[in-house]
Design a binder for this molecule. Structure first.
Ligand code: GDP
Ligand code: GDP
Ligand code: MG
Length: 306
């Protein structure tokens, strides 16, 4: 399956929810009126765009319809496609300008941090980069072992310590190892539990202090991992983490098999954090750089022959 096919397959449920929903509304209206807008808004809310983003999209749609003088409901899909692409803005790839650069991966338990690190390490390695992983989720031994398995799969090295070690000290060791090996990219895993949020945020702050002390001029990406299947909950997590750290991007996982892909749009629109990658499965190749147009095409099913 090609890159676009994979995204489309991953988005099939989101598409069913948004595109088919819009289609059936459009087919039941012969003119564009307020009732039509209300039904559209409901579909968008149901796909987890959230009330604010759904309202914003419909407001833009009203303005566009007024501006263009469109009267045929069939034109609406194309207009919405354009509005969503605009809302998602420019795609922003990873900024890894220094040697080494650092990617810190954060997020609550179970969202897919460790898995995404394995996938990302594999991609960077295939691009010819020397990658070192840091097993700074020291909360459980199993978490360290899991990252170790991914390091092996991706063919990259990993720095670890024993369970319970101060995560910041693992990050320190990882940076030292990366420096001595001449590595290009460091990717650090972290633990994440919300029920002790203060501990977690203190831990992240301490890790950040180590990074800025040891590598003051390095490119630093702080990627927040969110599980798309949790819908609006994921948007709330992003809001909380945004208050505590400088997030540079989102990895949105488990987009395969959920109807809640609409949160991509909500995250951009409400929090102005770019989605940089999407996870579309559990395999090593199932991480794709996010592309706004491809995403919109995937939802509206009009990308095949463009
Ligand atoms: P962590 O606790 O944040 O490190 O999460 P893990 O990386 O351990 O992942 C938790 C579970 O989610 C594992 O069973 C992964 O295989 C699964 N997972 C991660 N990313 C994806 C994805 O994009 N799609 C699917 N279907 N499952 C995923
Ligand atoms: P339980 O869910 O109440 O049984 O608590 P846990 O067993 O998850 O955690 C017990 C204690 O370990 C908490 O009170 C925290 O101080 C600490 N802890 C839990 N999760 C984390 C984590 O992800 N990172 C770190 N550094 N400490 C944690
Ligand atoms: Mg993990």
């Amino acid at each position: 399956m090609g890159l676009f096919g994979k995204i489309k397959a991953g988005l099939s449920k989101t598409k069913a929810s948004i595109s088919d929903g819009i289609e059936s509304i459009i087919n039941s209206f012969t003119k564009i009126d307020e009732e039509l807008f209300e039904e559209l808004e409901e579909i968008l809310v149901m796909s987890d765009m959230g009330v604010k983003t759904a309202t914003d999209i419909c407001d833009s749609l009203r303005a566009k319809i007024k501006e263009t003088g469109i009267t045929d409901p069939n034109e609406i899909k194309k207009l919405m496609h354009g509005i969503i692409v605009d809302m998602l803005g420019e795609d922003t790839p990873l900024k890894l300008d220094t040697k080494p650069s650092v990617i810190l991966v954060i997020g609550v338990n179970g969202v897919g941090k460790t898995t995404s690190i394995g996938k990302l390490a594999s991609q960077l390695k295939l691009e010819g980069k020397k990658v070192v992983l840091g097993a700074a989720d020291t909360f459980r031994a199993a978490a360290i072992d899991q990252l170790g398995i991914w390091a092996e799969r991706a063919g990259v090295s990993m720095v670890k310590s024993v369970e319970g070690t101060d995560p910041a000290s693992v990050v320190f060791d990882t940076i030292s190892s990366a420096k001595s090996k001449g590595a290009d990219v460091i990717i650090c895993d972290t633990a994440g539990r919300l029920h002790n949020k203060k501990n977690l945020m203190d831990e992240l702050a301490k890790i950040n202090r180590v990074i800025s002390r040891e590598l003051p001029d390095a490119s630093l990406e702080t990627l927040l991992v969110l599980d798309a299947t949790t819908g609006q909950n994921a948007v709330n997590q992003a809001r909380e983490f945004k208050n505590a750290c400088d997030i540079t991007g989102i990895i949105l996982t488990k987009l395969d098999g959920t109807a809640k892909g609409g949160i991509v749009v909500a995250i951009h629109n409400e929090l102005s954090i770019p989605v940089k990658f999407v996870g579309v499965g559990e395999g090593i190749d199932d991480l794709q750089p996010f592309n706004a147009k491809e995403f919109a095409d995937g939802i509206f099913d009009n990308g095949e022959n463009e």
